[in-house]
Design a binder for this molecule. Structure first.
Ligand code: ADP
Ligand code: ADP
Length: 226
């Protein structure tokens, strides 16, 4: 079963913009997959549909064989999402942010605490776990977003332009952890408009432009054609 199987996905927004014009793609389990495209290509729309924040107009997507339309909540349990914007409450503490996220998935308090400790430690945030999130550095806040997305131990981790507006040091520290998570077996998809970033990390790549997949290949073959 693929980690992700998208078939003929379309999205037309209320204003008539056709953001996705029939997208199909497959991501294999364990892959580190890039979705590359310029601004406005439809990347966020696709991620939004996969994470249930946007309704598709037609087509389907299956996460490890589970349809996001037919079995939405089951599919959502298999996904971790790291959105573009820092969207946690800055006055909350990283530990509580993680534990509360686990609560959304119905994970009990004891297990949630164990997981919060585990992922905050893995992301080198344990010494900040009980400080207000606003006191964290930019890089730490980004890593907190990853720790929070790991709380349901997703089989598929999706990062939406995680390094937009983020300096090189912070990028490195993020990629170090995401690579580790991938090496441990989690399938990773990231969107970016920087080929250099995708090039260093990803094994396979889809290029999306104006709502269509224009190329879908291994990173090696893509680089060979440049
Ligand atoms: P990307 O993430 O690749 O920059 P988006 O998915 O954000 O692309 O946008 C794809 C197209 O859909 C763009 O033309 C954008 O203006 C449009 N779009 C995105 N969100 C909305 C929305 N909520 N309502 C209307 N149009 C939208
Ligand atoms: P930011 O990128 O926001 O500064 P970092 O985690 O990179 O966050 O840096 C926070 C602190 O952790 C700094 O004092 C830095 O020296 C230290 N640090 C950075 N990388 C490592 C590492 N691999 N192991 C231990 N400490 C580190």
């Amino acid at each position: 079963t693929p980690a992700l199987n998208v078939t003929n996905l379309r999205k037309t927004y209320g204003n008539g913009v056709e953001a996705l014009k029939g997208i199909s793609l497959t991501v294999e389990p364990g892959d580190f997959y890039a979705l590359l495209g310029p601004n406005g290509a439809g990347k966020s729309t696709l991620i939004g549909i996969l994470s249930s924040l946007v309704n598709s107009t037609s087509g389907d997507a299956e996460i490890f064989g589970v349809s996001i339309h037919k079995h939405r909540s089951e599919a959502m349990r298999l996904i971790g999402l790291v959105p573009q914007e820092l969207n946690f409450n800055q006055f909350e503490k990283p530990f509580d942010i993680c534990v509360n996220q686990a609560g959304f998935y119905g994970i009990g308090r004891a297990e949630a605490s164990l997981r919060a400790e585990k992922y905050l430690k893995e992301l080198r945030l344990w010494d900040k776990a009980h400080l207000q999130a606003r006191t964290l550095s930019g890089g730490m806040k980004r890593r907190l977003m990853i720790a929070r997305a790991m709380m349901n131990e997703p089989k598929l981790l999706i990062l939406d332009e995680p390094t937009a507006g983020v300096d090189i040091e912070i990028r490195r520290s993020m990629w170090q952890f995401v690579s580790g998570i991938n090496a441990a077996g989690t399938t990773v998809i990231l969107t970016t408009h920087y080929l250099e970033e995708a090039e260093q990390l990803c094994r396979n790549i889809a290029i999306i432009d104006q709502g269509r997949i224009v190329q879908n290949t291994s990173m090696k073959s893509l680089l060979a054609t440049l």
